[in-house]
Design a binder for this molecule. Structure first.
Ligand code: MN
Length: 291
């Protein structure tokens, strides 16, 4: 199933014919709120039959007449893996944007996770809006995003797969450190629209092997990043298990699993296209914001 949010906080299933409203499967308290998708994910096992019935019975709305929103707007947490592909570690160590003290041996194995503010999430129809900072670089990072399906605390890697609801194409836009600037990573990655998600969440049952997915990102048609999730240093199951020993993961939580090598600048006027094999593709304009 491919789940979208659209219009006035509707939740829908993306079908061949377009988007079908399945908001009726959401608890009445949360229907037509930004929390509707969290509710649906958190009670998926009880609601999936109703979702499938609704998707099969109602008439779809054409996709080109639908304003898609970020498929999840209010996750409690947006986790992200730092340095989880070896070639990206190598490029950062020799980069003028290397954070202070970065070593070749550093990776998500040992560093754990950082957080992005959920307020940085934007959707497939939203441009990436760069703040008007002088002489600073903003970089693209394409990543496989994992969506947590149910609460998880202290789980093992072997238990993690049962807690995964689905996957999403995700960008982790980043203000780089440079020229003596050393802002906190959380802030550099939390500007509004710096976590584009979408266009939909694909449920885990549709992905044969999440540890064998190609990632690609183009800027203005030029391929910048290319990798496969088989090369993750810390695998998806381990990422979730490790985080679950820090705090309780919640239904709808997002985990950005790490960026491949090839990060580079984006500037207003660029068009970024990102794809995660079998999971989804985003095409986003880059603009400048006024504030
Ligand atoms: Mn990242």
């Amino acid at each position: 199933v491919r789940l979208v949010r659209y219009g006035n906080d509707h939740v829908g299933v993306l079908t061949d014919g377009g988007v079908v409203d399945v908001s009726a499967a959401v608890d009445a308290r949360w229907q037509h709120t930004p929390y509707a998708m969290n509710d649906l994910i958190g009670s998926w096992d009880e609601r999936v039959d109703m979702v499938r019935e609704l998707a099969a019975s109602a008439s779809p709305q054409a996709l080109d007449q639908t304003k898609l929103l970020a498929p999840i707007q209010w996750p409690r947490h947006v986790f992200a893996a730092p340095l989880n592909y070896r070639p990206h570690v190598a490029e950062m160590v020799t980069s003028p944007h290397a954070p202070k003290g970065l070593r070749e041996v550093d990776s998500a194995d040992g560093l754990g996770f950082f957080l992005k503010a959920p307020g940085s999430i934007s959707g497939p129809a939203d441009p990436i809006r760069l703040p008007p900072l002088i002489d600073r670089s903003f970089h693209h990072e394409v990543e496989l995003g994992v969506i947590v399906g149910r609460s998880a605390r202290g789980i093992s890697a072997e238990q993690a797969a049962a807690h995964i609801f689905g996957y999403v194409c995700l960008l982790d836009i980043t203000l780089r450190t440079e020229n003596g600037h050393q802002e906190e990573r959380v802030m550099r990655k939390s500007y509004e629209t710096f976590t584009p998600l979408g266009p939909y969440i694909v449920t885990a049952d549709e992905i044969v092997d999440p540890a064998c997915l190609d990632l690609r990102l183009w800027v203005n048609g030029v391929l910048r990043q290319q990798a496969n999730t088989r090369d993750l240093i810390v695998g998806i199951d381990e990422l979730l298990a490790n985080a679950s020993h820090v705090l309780t993961l919640r239904a709808g939580d997002v985990y950005a699993t790490g960026t491949p090598a090839g990060v580079g600048p984006i500037v207003p006027g660029d068009v970024v296209r990102a794809s995660v094999e079998a999971v989804g593709e985003l095409e986003l304009e880059v603009t400048k914001r006024e504030w």
